[in-house]
Design a protein. Structure first.
Length: 560
């Protein structure tokens, strides 16, 4: 991958220092450890790029590991989608695909070890009672009455828990640390809970499952990870990560936390994204309005642009929210170089060239991409009747309107100069036809006598046009922060933008777009970048607007 060089952030500085001092015997081994309980979003992309990127930069390795410790929320659907998304983003875990469930037996044996060391015990309090006894940041917790069980009692109960003798919630296994510890997570945290639920990989083999906090660090240890890189919300969990490794006397990776990625006008909560999907506020996990990698891919975002964006936002110790416009600018920059140009008319009005022979048409050469000479040219059909954008014409234009109007001459892209001579309106004054003449000497879009025009319009030949559906997407939320709700009686969903999707049902496209494959990306001249949607068929093409040519949304907000 030809990527921008990331600056030496604090994580890379740690890695370089470790290499210099030989801390890990010259090894660099990272991992990307998603929980398979939802689809990846662009926030995960930053973590993927960081973990796989550091391994690649320093000659190390990066594992893909699924931390699948909660059978009630996990599914192979999510596993498959995560693997596909990581590959789409451009990364390869080679033969290092692992699951926390691969280690269930070892994790169980280590739990028995902690019991024997009198560092874990079976507690028979309910979850509510455990929470109530946790204490507060200023008050110590209350020791469980079961904290003094003997090693033999704890081993017996824990083994019977594994054997399935008890119902859900009857017992848990807790680490025996310190109920007066100033760090509340170290007040005898839960290690195992009973869950009579089928696991997506182990089936009904287990009915007790390790908590994330217990399984995560030990899984890192088993895989001999050197740098356990995670987002800042896990900084508070690091003392517990360290305690388990130290108590067991096993390989102890270094946990390093960095700032998570947040974007304006959207959200990165898997729980809330699930709520949007289940509540039919969006069309699914691949809806182009949500920040899942599936949704961004369907919208037409490229993996190259996402990687460049992740490299540009930086890795720090301070959470911040990035403007959505920064991401969109990376998409524009990438697509400007790679997307071929085409002409499409979204709100068509007919132009009739009265001095062009009836029944005649011709093929005109058009450049595919002025940024890429290797992209070559294509032929665009031209005829007596054309479609242009309705807002490219005004009957009585203001002073600074330079497009088509009665008596005015404009250029048609790749074609000819035309001059409006007459208009046909309906009884409501709506323009139905614009009659023009053309100058045959201006073929290709230039006048041999050197005269200039102030506007160039895109167009599509009426008899050759392909009719398509075009979906125009806007921000999913009306406010930069979806949680910024003025009325306390309302929740974040009240900020959903009712105009986040506008569908144009009868757009007119040049014929070269009719057979474009799903996923193909184009620049519709003067309109923006568009992608062929997954719903598209040759009989009914469907396009998504990926991004406008410039930050049109922001400009409209300033005007309003």
């Amino acid at each position: 991958m030809n990527e921008p060089v990331a600056h030496r952030d604090f994580v890379r500085q740690i890695v370089e220092d470790d290499l210099r001092t030989g801390k890990w015997d010259g090894r660099i081994h990272t991992r990307f450890p998603p929980e398979p309980n939802g689809y990846l979003h662009i926030g995960h992309a930053k973590s993927i790029c960081l973990n796989f990127g550091i391994a690649a930069e320093y000659g190390g390795k990066c594992n893909l590991r699924f931390d699948d410790t909660n059978p009630e929320k996990e599914d192979t659907e999510y596993v498959d989608s995560i693997m596909e998304d990581v590959r789409w983003l451009g990364f390869d875990w080679e033969d290092r695909l692992f699951y926390a469930s691969d280690y269930f037996e070892q994790l169980y044996q280590w739990a028995e070890t902690l019991i024997r060391l009198e560092k874990a015990y079976v507690c028979s309090l309910t979850l509510d009672e455990i929470r109530a006894g946790r204490g507060t940041p200023t008050e110590p917790g209350i020791a469980s009455p079961w904290r003094s069980r003997t090693v033999d009692e704890n081993l017996d109960l824990f083994r019977r828990m594994r054997a399935g003798e008890f119902p859900d919630g009857a017992h848990v296994l807790r680490a025996k640390i310190d109920m007066g510890h100033p760090h509340m997570l170290l007040r005898d945290p839960i290690m195992y809970r009973i869950r009579h639920a089928e696991h997506h990989r182990t089936g009904n083999q287990w009915c007790i499952y390790p908590t994330y906090d217990y399984a995560h660090g030990q899984s890192d240890s088993i895989e001999q990870i050197t740098h356990s890189i995670c987002t800042l919300e896990f900084e508070n969990h690091r003392p517990l990560y360290d305690w388990y490794c130290q108590a067991l006397g096993i390989h102890h990776p270094q946990q390093i936390e960095f700032n998570r990625l947040n974007l304006t006008y959207t959200m990165m909560s898997k729980r809330r994204l699930l709520e949007l999907v289940k509540g039919n506020y969006v069309r699914g996990w691949d809806d182009p309005r949500i920040p899942t990698l599936r949704g961004l891919r369907r919208r037409g975002y490229t993996p190259e642009a996402i990687r460049a964006f992740c490299a540009s936002v930086g890795v720090t110790k301070h959470n911040a929210t990035m403007d959505m416009g920064v991401l969109e600018n990376h998409i524009r920059e990438d697509l400007n170089k790679r997307a071929e140009r085409r002409m499409a008319v979204l709100d068509p009005v007919k132009v009739i060239i009265t001095n062009y022979p009836e029944g005649q048409s011709e093929e005109l050469p058009a450049v595919n991409n002025p940024e890429d000479a290797a992209a070559g040219t294509r032929s665009v059909p031209f005829s007596r009747e054309l479609w242009i954008e309705r807002d490219d014409f005004m009957v009585d234009p203001p002073k600074k309107f330079f497009r088509l109007a009665p008596g005015r001459e404009v250029r048609l892209r790749w074609a000819y100069f035309i001059t409006c001579t007459h208009i046909v309106q309906d009884s409501q004054g709506q323009v139905q036809e614009i009659h023009c003449t053309y100058d045959p000497a201006t073929k290709g879009g230039d006048a041999p006598d050197g005269r200039k025009v102030k506007a160039t319009l895109h167009w599509v030949s009426v008899p050759h046009a392909v009719t398509a559906e075009v979906r125009l997407y806007d921000h999913l939320f009306r406010t930069e922060d979806p949680d910024d709700v003025a009325d306390p009686a309302l929740d974040w969903k009240s900020n959903l933008n009712p105009n986040s999707l506008h569908t144009v049902s009868s757009a007119k496209l040049e014929p070269a777009l009719g057979q474009a494959p799903q996923g193909a990306r184009f620049q519709f001249e003067r309109l923006g970048y568009f992608c062929v949607d997954a719903d598209s068929t040759p009989e009914r093409p469907v396009f998504n607007r990926t991004v406008t040519l410039k930050d049109q949304w922001a400009k409209e907000q300033v005007k309003s």
